[in-house]
Ligand binder design. Sequence first.
Ligand SMILES: Cc1cc2nc3c(=O)[nH]c(=O)nc-3n(C[C@H](O)[C@H](O)[C@H](O)COP(=O)(O)OP(=O)(O)OC[C@H]3O[C@@H](n4cnc5c(N)ncnc54)[C@H](O)[C@@H]3O)c2cc1C
Length: 475
Amino acid sequence: MTNPIHIVGGGLAGSEAAWQIAQGGRKVVLHEMRPVRGTDAHQSDGLAELVCSNSFRSDDANGNAVGLLHQEMRTLGSLIMRAADAHQVPAGGALAVDREGFSRAVTTALEEHPNITILREEVAGLPPEEWGSTILATGPLTSPALAEAVGALTGKESLAFFDAIAPIVHRESIDMGKAWFQSRYDKAGPGGTGADYLNCPMDREQYEAFVAALIAGEKTSFKEWEASTPYFDGCLPIEVMAERGPETLRHGPMKPVGLTNPHNPTVKAYAIVQLRQDNALGTLFNMVGFQTKLRHAEQVRVFRTIPGLEKAEFARLGGLHRNTYLDSPRLLDATLRLKARPSLRFAGQITGCEGYVESAAVGLMAGRYALAEAEGRSLGPLPPTTALGALIGHITGGHVEVAEEAERNAPRSFQPMNVNFGLFPPLERMPRNETGKRLRGPEKAALKKRALTDRARADLAAWMAGEGWAQTAAE
Ligand SMILES: Cc1cc2nc3c(=O)[nH]c(=O)nc-3n(C[C@H](O)[C@H](O)[C@H](O)COP(=O)(O)OP(=O)(O)OC[C@H]3O[C@@H](n4cnc5c(N)ncnc54)[C@H](O)[C@@H]3O)c2cc1C
C-alpha cells in the first residue's frame, strides 16, 4: 500500500490537483472544511465554487495570456477547464460559466473517482508530519487556525488584505427601455452572440452626479491594521477608482467605446455601465467592475441612479473580502514546495497567483509535481515561455523585491498576480509581417502576441514530449 497524497482545500486549485494525482493512478485524500465550517464568501458545499464573478476571462489563445493559459490547461488534461467548457454561458470574447453547473460537474467528477476520498473537515493546524506529501490549497480565505499555523512556520510573511465583490442584479428588474444588449465591438467570442452584455448609458450630468455620489457614499470601515493593506490592481473598489479623478471610471469599467445605444443611436453616451450574464438561465447579471466597499444601503441607493437600474433588485450586493497569501518567491522552490518543510506544497491563490484560472493552473502543476515525486520521477519545471511556466516562475522566484520599499518598511512588493505577457521572456527578434516589413502600433502588438503564443505552444509540446510528463500523464 502506498501512502495517499493529502490535499487541504477543495477549491479551484485543490480540486484540480486532486484530479491530476488521481488520474495519474495515486490515491488522494481531499480535506474540505465546507459545509462543516464556512468562509466569508463561499455559499455552498460544492467543490470549486466560484465566489464572485462567473468569468474565466478571455478565451483568445493567440492574443491574450489567460486565453493561452486556458489552452495549455486543456492540453494538460485539466478538469477545471473541462467543466468550464461544458458549462459555459455567453459572454462575448470571454469564457464565462454557469457557476452551479460548473461546481456540480467538478464535485461529481471527484466524488466518483475511485482514487479520491473526500473528508469534510477543517484542518485546523499544520498537517501532521505522518501525512507525508501534502498540498495546501486553502485559498485567500484560509481558515484562521490554519493561517496562523502557516504564519508561525514561515515567519510574518502571510499577509491579509481586502478586495471587494461586485453586485449581481436580477435581469427582470432592469429597464430595457433604457438598457440594451450588446458586446463591445459586437465581439461574439466562445459561446457568445455579440450581444451578451447589458449596457446602461449615462450622459455627462448623470455621470458626474454618479461619481460624486460614489465618493460621498458611506463605506464600511476598516480596522486600523487593515487600513495599510493594499488592494491589487484589477480588483479596485469602484469608489476608490472614482477618487482617483473624475475621468478614471470613463476610461475604466464605464468606458463608452464600441457600443451604440439603439434607443438613441445618434447620441454618444458619455459613460456606460456594463452587466454580464451570471447564470445559465440568464436571470442574473453581474455589474462589471463594480466591486465595492460601500455600505449595502448605499449601494442600493447609488446604483439605482444608473439609467435602467432605477428599479434594480440585487441578488447579491458587493462586499469586502480577505486575501491570505505567502511571500512565495522567498518561501517556495520551483516545484511549489515550502523550502522550510519540503513535504508541504502550496497551490492556488495562497501562492500569490490571482484568479480562478491561475489558481487552478497552479493546482494542476502542484498535483503533477507531487505525483512525480511520489513515484520517484523527476518532472522538470515548465518552460518559462509558456503561460503556466511564466506564472509559476514568477511566483517561485521571478518576482524581484524592490529594495527601496524594504528600506522604507513599506508592505513587501510581491503582490498577487494574474497571468500576463509581462511575465514572459521577451522575443529574441521582433516578428515582421509576410512581406518582411516591420510593423507599428496595434498591428505590431497583435503580431508580437501571436509570436509569443506560437512560441509557447511549440515549447509546451516539446516539454510534454520529454520523459517526465509522459510518465505521469495517464489520462
Ligand atoms: C470574495 C472573493 C472574490 C473573488 N473574485 C474573483 C473573481 O471574480 N474572479 C477571479 O478570477 N478570482 C476571484 N477571486 C480570487 C481567486 O481566484 C479565488 O478566490 C479562487 O477561488 C482561488 O482558488 P483557490 O483554490 O486558491 O481557493 P478557493 O477556491 O477559495 O478554495 C480554497 C478551499 O479551501 C477550503 N479551506 C480553507 N481553509 C481550510 C482548512 N483549514 N481546512 C479545510 N479546508 C479549508 C475553503 O473552504 C475552500 O473551499 C476572488 C476571491 C475572493 C475571496
